[in-house]
Design a protein around this ligand. Structure first.
Ligand code: CA
Length: 229
Protein backbone atom coordinates (compact mmCIF):
# COMPACT_ATOMS: atom_id res chain seq x y z
CA UNK A 1 0.00 0.00 0.00
CA UNK A 2 1.40 3.33 -1.11
CA UNK A 3 0.62 6.30 1.07
CA UNK A 4 1.23 9.98 0.66
CA UNK A 5 1.81 11.76 3.95
CA UNK A 6 1.52 15.55 3.71
CA UNK A 7 2.65 17.04 7.02
CA UNK A 8 4.86 20.05 7.63
CA UNK A 9 5.72 19.23 11.25
CA UNK A 10 8.98 17.36 10.66
CA UNK A 11 8.98 15.56 14.01
CA UNK A 12 5.41 14.33 13.60
CA UNK A 13 6.06 13.40 9.96
CA UNK A 14 9.14 11.35 10.89
CA UNK A 15 7.28 9.54 13.67
CA UNK A 16 4.26 8.80 11.48
CA UNK A 17 6.42 7.65 8.59
CA UNK A 18 8.28 5.20 10.83
CA UNK A 19 5.05 3.87 12.35
CA UNK A 20 3.30 3.55 9.00
CA UNK A 21 6.26 1.73 7.52
CA UNK A 22 6.28 -0.61 10.48
CA UNK A 23 2.60 -1.24 9.80
CA UNK A 24 3.50 -2.30 6.27
CA UNK A 25 2.77 0.86 4.29
CA UNK A 26 5.15 2.43 1.90
CA UNK A 27 5.23 6.16 2.60
CA UNK A 28 6.09 9.21 0.55
CA UNK A 29 6.37 12.41 2.57
CA UNK A 30 5.45 15.89 1.35
CA UNK A 31 6.56 18.75 3.63
CA UNK A 32 4.30 21.38 2.06
CA UNK A 33 1.13 21.73 0.04
CA UNK A 34 2.81 22.40 -3.30
CA UNK A 35 4.81 19.16 -3.15
CA UNK A 36 1.76 17.28 -1.85
CA UNK A 37 -0.38 18.44 -4.74
CA UNK A 38 2.31 17.70 -7.27
CA UNK A 39 2.83 14.17 -5.97
CA UNK A 40 -0.87 13.41 -5.59
CA UNK A 41 -1.58 14.50 -9.15
CA UNK A 42 1.36 12.73 -10.66
CA UNK A 43 1.66 9.46 -8.78
CA UNK A 44 -0.77 6.72 -7.94
CA UNK A 45 -1.22 6.41 -4.21
CA UNK A 46 -3.63 4.05 -2.49
CA UNK A 47 -4.49 6.76 0.02
CA UNK A 48 -3.33 10.13 1.30
CA UNK A 49 -3.02 11.58 4.80
CA UNK A 50 -3.26 15.32 4.39
CA UNK A 51 -2.62 17.94 7.05
CA UNK A 52 -4.94 20.93 6.57
CA UNK A 53 -2.43 23.47 7.88
CA UNK A 54 0.30 23.21 5.26
CA UNK A 55 2.69 25.92 4.02
CA UNK A 56 2.75 27.17 0.41
CA UNK A 57 -0.61 25.69 -0.57
CA UNK A 58 -3.00 24.85 2.28
CA UNK A 59 -4.40 21.35 2.60
CA UNK A 60 -7.95 22.32 1.65
CA UNK A 61 -6.81 23.87 -1.61
CA UNK A 62 -4.67 20.81 -2.35
CA UNK A 63 -7.66 18.58 -1.69
CA UNK A 64 -9.95 20.56 -3.99
CA UNK A 65 -7.45 20.46 -6.83
CA UNK A 66 -6.72 16.77 -6.40
CA UNK A 67 -10.39 15.84 -6.07
CA UNK A 68 -11.16 17.38 -9.44
CA UNK A 69 -8.68 15.02 -11.08
CA UNK A 70 -8.75 11.98 -8.79
CA UNK A 71 -12.24 11.54 -7.40
CA UNK A 72 -11.55 8.04 -6.08
CA UNK A 73 -8.37 8.63 -4.08
CA UNK A 74 -9.08 8.02 -0.37
CA UNK A 75 -8.02 11.07 1.63
CA UNK A 76 -7.88 11.41 5.40
CA UNK A 77 -7.32 14.95 6.64
CA UNK A 78 -5.55 15.94 9.83
CA UNK A 79 -6.93 18.98 11.61
CA UNK A 80 -6.05 21.00 14.67
CA UNK A 81 -7.92 20.35 17.91
CA UNK A 82 -9.99 23.51 17.63
CA UNK A 83 -10.41 23.24 13.90
CA UNK A 84 -14.12 22.44 13.68
CA UNK A 85 -14.40 24.67 10.61
CA UNK A 86 -11.48 22.80 9.05
CA UNK A 87 -13.17 19.46 9.61
CA UNK A 88 -16.38 20.62 7.98
CA UNK A 89 -14.50 22.33 5.16
CA UNK A 90 -12.33 19.23 4.73
CA UNK A 91 -15.31 16.95 4.36
CA UNK A 92 -16.97 19.43 2.01
CA UNK A 93 -13.82 19.57 -0.08
CA UNK A 94 -13.95 15.81 -0.52
CA UNK A 95 -12.08 14.28 2.42
CA UNK A 96 -13.23 10.76 3.23
CA UNK A 97 -12.42 10.99 6.91
CA UNK A 98 -10.59 13.19 9.39
CA UNK A 99 -8.54 12.89 12.55
CA UNK A 100 -8.00 15.62 15.09
CA UNK A 101 -4.50 16.23 16.40
CA UNK A 102 -3.17 14.91 18.66
CA UNK A 103 -4.16 11.35 17.89
CA UNK A 104 -2.83 7.91 18.72
CA UNK A 105 -1.20 6.02 15.92
CA UNK A 106 -3.46 2.92 16.23
CA UNK A 107 -6.43 5.16 15.51
CA UNK A 108 -4.83 6.52 12.35
CA UNK A 109 -3.97 3.02 11.22
CA UNK A 110 -7.50 1.75 11.87
CA UNK A 111 -9.07 4.66 9.99
CA UNK A 112 -6.72 4.18 7.06
CA UNK A 113 -7.43 0.49 6.82
CA UNK A 114 -11.16 1.18 6.94
CA UNK A 115 -10.78 3.75 4.16
CA UNK A 116 -8.80 1.36 2.03
CA UNK A 117 -11.41 -1.37 2.50
CA UNK A 118 -14.16 0.98 1.40
CA UNK A 119 -12.30 2.09 -1.67
CA UNK A 120 -13.68 1.18 -5.01
CA UNK A 121 -11.26 -0.60 -7.27
CA UNK A 122 -8.81 1.89 -8.72
CA UNK A 123 -9.85 3.10 -12.15
CA UNK A 124 -7.44 2.32 -14.94
CA UNK A 125 -4.79 4.99 -15.40
CA UNK A 126 -5.88 7.93 -17.52
CA UNK A 127 -5.12 7.38 -21.18
CA UNK A 128 -2.53 9.62 -22.76
CA UNK A 129 -4.06 13.06 -23.00
CA UNK A 130 -4.72 14.11 -26.53
CA UNK A 131 -5.55 17.76 -26.66
CA UNK A 132 -5.86 19.85 -29.72
CA UNK A 133 -3.17 18.51 -31.99
CA UNK A 134 -0.92 17.64 -29.11
CA UNK A 135 -0.43 13.97 -28.31
CA UNK A 136 1.07 13.38 -24.91
CA UNK A 137 2.21 9.97 -23.77
CA UNK A 138 3.51 10.20 -20.21
CA UNK A 139 4.58 6.56 -19.97
CA UNK A 140 6.65 6.73 -23.12
CA UNK A 141 7.69 10.30 -22.27
CA UNK A 142 6.79 11.48 -25.73
CA UNK A 143 4.90 14.52 -26.86
CA UNK A 144 4.13 15.35 -30.46
CA UNK A 145 2.14 17.77 -32.57
CA UNK A 146 0.64 16.25 -35.70
CA UNK A 147 3.05 13.38 -35.33
CA UNK A 148 6.10 15.64 -35.09
CA UNK A 149 7.99 14.79 -31.93
CA UNK A 150 8.56 17.73 -29.58
CA UNK A 151 12.07 18.03 -28.27
CA UNK A 152 11.69 18.95 -24.63
CA UNK A 153 14.31 19.32 -21.94
CA UNK A 154 13.52 17.55 -18.65
CA UNK A 155 12.34 20.81 -17.10
CA UNK A 156 10.22 21.64 -20.11
CA UNK A 157 8.74 18.17 -19.95
CA UNK A 158 7.91 18.53 -16.25
CA UNK A 159 6.37 21.93 -16.90
CA UNK A 160 4.19 20.66 -19.77
CA UNK A 161 3.18 17.60 -17.76
CA UNK A 162 2.13 19.79 -14.83
CA UNK A 163 0.21 22.25 -17.02
CA UNK A 164 -1.54 19.39 -18.83
CA UNK A 165 -2.45 17.57 -15.64
CA UNK A 166 -4.22 20.74 -14.51
CA UNK A 167 -5.34 22.06 -17.84
CA UNK A 168 -7.89 24.83 -17.74
CA UNK A 169 -6.80 25.54 -14.17
CA UNK A 170 -4.26 28.01 -12.89
CA UNK A 171 -0.91 26.46 -12.04
CA UNK A 172 0.90 28.45 -9.37
CA UNK A 173 4.57 29.28 -9.61
CA UNK A 174 5.16 27.36 -6.37
CA UNK A 175 3.79 24.24 -8.03
CA UNK A 176 6.16 24.69 -10.94
CA UNK A 177 9.08 25.07 -8.55
CA UNK A 178 7.95 21.94 -6.71
CA UNK A 179 7.67 20.03 -9.97
CA UNK A 180 11.27 20.88 -10.72
CA UNK A 181 12.61 19.78 -7.36
CA UNK A 182 13.75 16.21 -6.94
CA UNK A 183 16.26 14.32 -4.81
CA UNK A 184 19.14 15.31 -7.00
CA UNK A 185 18.23 18.75 -8.20
CA UNK A 186 17.31 21.89 -6.40
CA UNK A 187 14.73 23.82 -8.33
CA UNK A 188 16.18 26.83 -10.09
CA UNK A 189 15.27 29.91 -8.14
CA UNK A 190 16.77 32.63 -10.29
CA UNK A 191 14.18 35.34 -10.79
CA UNK A 192 12.58 35.07 -14.18
CA UNK A 193 13.51 31.40 -14.61
CA UNK A 194 9.91 30.22 -14.80
CA UNK A 195 9.09 32.92 -17.35
CA UNK A 196 11.98 31.76 -19.51
CA UNK A 197 10.70 28.20 -19.56
CA UNK A 198 7.11 29.30 -20.15
CA UNK A 199 8.32 31.36 -23.09
CA UNK A 200 10.19 28.37 -24.55
CA UNK A 201 7.27 26.04 -24.06
CA UNK A 202 4.89 28.53 -25.68
CA UNK A 203 7.05 28.52 -28.78
CA UNK A 204 7.21 24.75 -28.85
CA UNK A 205 3.44 24.49 -28.50
CA UNK A 206 2.79 26.74 -31.50
CA UNK A 207 0.44 24.95 -33.84
CA UNK A 208 -0.84 22.58 -31.15
CA UNK A 209 -4.14 24.40 -30.62
CA UNK A 210 -3.14 24.98 -26.99
CA UNK A 211 -1.84 28.14 -25.44
CA UNK A 212 -0.35 29.08 -22.09
CA UNK A 213 -2.04 32.11 -20.61
CA UNK A 214 -0.36 34.21 -17.93
CA UNK A 215 -2.67 34.92 -15.02
CA UNK A 216 -1.05 37.95 -13.48
CA UNK A 217 -0.02 37.50 -9.87
CA UNK A 218 -1.17 33.87 -9.82
CA UNK A 219 0.52 31.69 -12.39
CA UNK A 220 -0.21 30.07 -15.72
CA UNK A 221 -3.05 28.29 -17.37
CA UNK A 222 -3.01 25.88 -20.30
CA UNK A 223 -6.13 26.14 -22.40
CA UNK A 224 -7.37 25.65 -25.94
CA UNK A 225 -6.35 28.53 -28.18
CA UNK A 226 -9.23 30.94 -28.52
CA UNK A 227 -8.40 31.78 -32.13
CA UNK A 228 -6.70 28.76 -33.61
CA UNK A 229 -4.78 29.60 -36.72
CA1 CA B 1 0.57 21.77 9.91
Amino acid sequence: MNLLLAEDDAILADALTAQLQQAGFSVEHAPNGAVAEYLMLRRDFDAAVLDIGLPMVDGLTVLKHVRAVKPALPVLVLTALDGLDDRVAGLNAGADDYLTKPFDFPELEARLRALLRRTRPMPSPTPPADMGRLAFDRDARRASIDGNLLELSPREWDLLDLLLSQRNKVVHKEQITAAWTDDRNEAPNAPGMIEVYIHRLRRKLEGSGLSIRTVRGLGYLLEPESNPR
